[in-house]
Design a protein around this ligand. Sequence first.
Ligand code: FRU
Length: 484
Amino acid sequence: MKKYEKVFKADYEKWYRENQAYREQAAADPDRLRFHLMPETGWLNDPNGLCQFQGEYHIYYQFTPFEPTGELKLWGHYTTRDFIHYEGWEPVLFPDSDLDAHGVYSGSAFAEDGRIHYFYTGNVKYFDREDYDYIMTGRGSNTIHCESEDGFHFSEKELVMSNQDYPADMSCHIRDPKIYKRNGIYYMVLGARDKDSRGEVLVYCSEDLKSWSYFNRITTKEPFGYMWECPDLFMLDGQLCLICCPQGVKPQGLEFHNVHQCTVMKLDYDFEKNEYTLDPEIRMADRGFDFYAPQTFEDEKGRRILIGWMGIPDADYTNPTVEAGWQHALTLPRELHMKNGRLYQTPVAELLELRGEKRSFAFENGRAEAMGCELVYEAEADFQECRQMRMTLRKGVSLNYEEGILTLDLGDCGSGRTTRQVKLEELKNLRIFSDTSSLEIFVNDGAEVFTTRVYGREGELEILGECKGTVDVYEMKGFVVERK
Ligand code: FRU
C-alpha cells in the first residue's frame, strides 16, 4: 500500500485475500501473546470506540494491517461478551474520504437510545507546499461523526469541526474526541497543542450531539508538555478525573521517565459557572515502559473499565516482533476505582476464568525458590512483612523492593528497556500477569501498575529476601479469538 493514498474497503479485502502467508508468518511467532488482543498482522495502537452495546463489548483499535510500522490508520474491531472469547472482524473505518485520507485517527463511542455515536479524528496531510512542518502548518485535524445501530455498519462520515473552527491560538494538532455527559449536556474533550506548544484539552458542549460550541480549555497553571493526546474525562466514585497523555514532559525524580506520559488528574468542575480547579497532583497512570492512550467506558454493570495500548510512540526501545510482521497489543481490561483520592486498577473479574491449576508457596525470611519455570502465568503474592525482597519473574527479569523503592528490572530481556521505579511506603501485595512477551504488575491492590513488553523466553520464578508471606501461582488459559 502506498503511504499516503486512500484505502477503500475493497482494497483491504483484496489485500486480505492475497496475504494468507503473511498471516501465517505472524501467527507462528513465539512472542504472540496468549491472553491479550493483538493485530492479526501489522501494527496496532490506541483502543478506540470502547463501549458495551446490547450486551456486547466493542473494542475498536488503531490498526495498520499492511505492515508492522504503523503508517496509515484504520479502525480494527474486536467484540466480546466475557473478555475471554473474542471475535475479530474486518476493519469498520477506512481512510477513504477527503476528510480522513491520511488516517482514521483515534476516537470514541457514545451509546444512547439504541445507537452508537462515534467521534474520531480524520487526519489529513497537505502536500501542495514544501515548507509545511505538519505542526503549525500543513495538517488538517477533522472531528468526524458517524453512527451505527449495531457496531458493525456505520453511517456516512459527517464533518463536525475542522481546524478553522478551533480557537485561533491552536496549532494543527487537535485530536482524539471523547464524550462526557452530565445533566443532559454532552461535553466533548479534544487533545490539543497550542501555538506556543503548550498541551491542553479543548472542551466543547452540545445539547444534541450534533451542533457543538466551544466551552473551555483545561490545562495546568504552568505548562506541562507540548501536546496532550487522548483525553478522557469521566466521573469515578464521585471524583471527576481526566486521563490524558502529555508529550514533552521531562523526568522528575522517579516520575515521567517514558518518552511520553499517561497521567491522571483530578478536577473540581462547576459546569454551571464553567469554572474548574485542577488538583496540582499529577500521577502517572502506569509505571511500565509500554502504556499509552488508554480509554475508559462505563459498561452495563456500571463498571468503569479501562483498556490501554500496550506500547508507546517514539520510544527508543523496540519490539522484535516486527521481524515477524506485527507489533503491539492492548492491555488487559481493568476496572477502575477512586479510593482516598487515588486511582486503583484491577483486571476485570472475568479474567479469573483464565486461571488453571494453582500452586501455593509460603516464604519466610525469605526463600520461595523454584516456584516454576513457565512464562505464562498469574502470580499473586501477599506479604505479611517485607523489608527487602527480590522476585524473579522470568530468567533475567526481576522486581526488587529495597529502602522503600520498588524497581522493575528487565535485565537483558527488554530489547532496550531497562528499569522503572516507584516509591512505596509498604509493599503489601503483587498481582502479576505474565504472558509470553508482556508483564502487567499490579502493586498494592492496583494503586500502582507496571505494564511492559518483555522478550526473555526462559521461565524462572522465585522470591528471596527479608520478607514473609505467600504466593499463589496459576497456570493461565489463553483468550479464544475467532476470526470472522
Ligand atoms: C496516540 C495517537 C493519537 C492519534 C493516534 C494516531 O497514540 O497519536 O493522538 O489519534 O495515535 O494513530
